[in-house]
Design a protein around this ligand. Structure first.
Ligand code: OXD
Ligand code: MN
Length: 589
């Protein structure tokens, strides 16, 4: 049997657990990851020698590599993701559930001997700043060098994690094997009570980089409920005014709705002197600070962003971030071995190699890059990275934003009347589906707080937890709802989005500080005429009016539609939210 010994740790709990899993998976060898530069070089060379990574043009993309996944393994698989709590009720109606015993038995059968002829990488990592009492330590055992390398970018990985763990038994136990990538043998199982994750049959980021969605969100949200904090699918950004005042905002959007773009935004010319800094682009852990405010930490250390649509126009800071030491997955490549995807700047090349390695010609009906092709890039590359990313306390949040992709109904921006109404706005968030998850695209689905695929326990209890936070936060952030994606009758976007979202953000920041008035609408506070600064923006004001308009008929349908979503939770659903729904409905009925 492969030796488990290492001089990196003498933690008995960890060594025993790794030994147990070695007996189960039977790898040929065990490699403990220390997170060093040397190791990164060694693993990268190995991955290249096996064809798992291909070097890109090193002059144009220094330190960058391309990975092509199995074509059947390109997104999160929500239908194969399970919350394995003792009872089905704990997982709730929006999660797939398996009884823990049944799941362990099924998975043990799959993991048994699954790493024969392969290497098991032991990947210790920290989610959150090193040394912070609020950070969480995980160890992922994986047969995938691609996963080990990605974890090295996305987390604080290696020896610092083991040093932080010391002799403690308090770490998330993650077991991952790519298996034979057969979609019929693919399971992403979470055991919140055991602080454990078993993932089999996929190498895709959200299914296989266990620190991200699995630990930081699903297990994280479960722990948050127990420990009185919130694990959220939110970016965190700072808005610095010309006077030097920084306001921090956390914003939840469903996958592939432009969170990374928003978190790295460059304000338009009109906002000279204003600066946005990125704390995080995907996940926020929120806790009540000693000062009674809500403080946010980004548990990640890198970005796993969607490539298509990223360009020098939409997100120059992302383009700079991915200029070096980045792993690209399922993008297309040019004949000069540079990366390409739909929506990249410049002319579409006549010929490319597509994401599956096939020759591709301009005008082809098929996409050259997969719509969910990704980049994995270190946060340290981001030119506007906040100085507070490693601050154990995080940053104080003045505003929370919920946003979805909606062609109609939801106005450009709206502020909640109070905390409970803000929770209601989050709980009723809906969005048109995208390529980040397998399944049909463009269908409106309810995605409360953008957490539908990521809540590790019953969402009704999650709503109750959000409502209960009000008592714990004496100085709560104000809550807003935005929609950058509203369309006109011809299907054209009404709002330019991207950097111009700063105009909406400025109103939000002003509202958070009580610096600007607002107009009461039936459903929330909206900007008074002229309060969204449109100067320097070449847009027909009628379009902005349409983007900000509220149509009572559409809202009536929306409120009625929310009922079915609430009803599935039965008695467990907090009454407050249903009463708010009824109150709003009574105003339009
Ligand atoms: C992501 C997602 O990858 O939400 O961040 O799917
Ligand atoms: Mn996400």
């Amino acid at each position: 049997m492969a030796s488990v010994s290492t001089n990196l740790t003498s933690n008995k709990f960890l060594l025993d657990w790794v030994a147990q899993k070695v007996t189960l998976c039977q790898p040929d060898q065990v490699v403990w990851c220390d997170g060093s530069e040397d190791e990164n070089k060694r693993l990268t060379e190995f991955a290249v020698s096996k064809g798992i990574l291909a070097p890109l043009n090193q002059e144009k993309h220094p330190g960058c590599y391309l990975h092509r996944s199995n074509p059947n393994d390109v997104a999160r698989v929500e239908h194969l993701t399970f919350i394995c709590t003792p009872t089905k009720e704990e997982a709730g109606p929006t999660n797939n559930w398996k009884a823990p015993d049944e799941a362990y038995t099924l998975l043990r059968g799959l993991f048994e001997g699954s790493m024969k002829g392969r290497t098991m990488y032991v990947v210790p990592y920290v989610m959150g700043p090193l040394g912070s009492e609020h950070s969480k330590i995980g160890v992922e055992l994986t047969d995938s060098v691609y996963v080990a390398l990605n974890m090295g970018i996305m987390t604080r990985m290696g020896k610092p994690a083991l040093d932080m763990l010391g002799a403690s038994n308090n770490f998330n136990r993650g077991l991952h094997c790519t298996g034979d990538l057969n979609p019929d043998r693919r399971y992403i199982c979470h055991f919140p009570q055991d602080n454990a994750i078993w993932s089999f049959g996929s190498g895709y980021g959200g299914n296989a980089l266990l620190g991200k969605k699995c630990l930081a969100l699903r297990i994280g949200s479960y722990l948050g409920n127990k420990e009185e904090w919130l694990a959220e699918h939110m970016l965190i950004l700072g808005v610095e005014s010309p006077e030097g005042q920084t306001t921090y905002v956390a914003a939840a959007f469903p996958s592939a709705c432009g969170k990374t773009n928003f978190a790295m935004m460059i304000p338009p010319k009109r906002f000279d002197g204003w600066k946005v800094t990125t704390v995080g682009d995907d996940i926020a852990w929120l806790r009540v600070g000693d000062d009674g405010r809500l403080w946010a930490v980004n548990p990640e250390n890198g970005y796993f962003g969607v490539a298509p649509g990223t360009n020098w126009q939409s997100n120059p800071n992302a383009m700079k971030t991915i200029a070096k030491n980045t792993i690209f997955t399922n993008v297309a490549v040019t004949k000069n071995n540079t990366v390409w995807w739909e929506g990249l700047d410049g002319e579409t090349p006549d010929e490319l190699t597509d994401w599956q390695g096939r020759p591709w010609k301009k005008g082809s009906a098929e996409k050259a890059a997969h719509p969910n092709s990704r980049f994995t890039a270190p946060a340290a590359n981001n030119p506007i990275l906040s100085a507070h990313v490693n601050d154990p306390r995080g940053v104080p949040i003045s505003a929370i934003i919920f946003g979805g992709r909606r062609s109609n109904t939801v106005p450009l921006v709206m502020q909640s009347f109070n905390w409970a109404h803000g929770v209601y706005l989050g709980a009723t968030l809906a969005s048109e589906t995208t390529a980040a998850a397998a399944g049909q695209q463009g269908v409106v689905r309810r995605d409360p707080m953008a957490m539908l695929p990521f809540a590790g326990y019953n969402m009704a209890d999650y709503f109750a937890h959000w409502l209960a936070m009000q008592k714990r936060v004496p100085y709560p952030p104000k809550i807003f709802m935005v929609n950058w994606f509203r369309k006109d009758k011809n299907g054209k976007f009404l709002w330019p989005g991207y950097g111009d979202n700063m105009r909406v953000l400025k109103w939000i920041v002003d509202r958070a500080h009580g610096n600007v008035g607002a107009q009461e609408s039936l459903f929330g506070w909206v900007p008074k005429q002229g309060h969204i600064d449109l100067s320097g923006l070449d847009i027909d004001p009628a379009k902005v009016d349409e983007a900000t308009s509220i149509n009572e008929g559409e809202w009536k349908a929306e409120l009625e539609n929310q009922k079915a979503f609430f009803d599935q939770f039965g008695e467990r659903m907090p009454k407050t939210l249903e009463l708010i729904r009824q109150m709003l409905l009574s105003r339009v009925a």
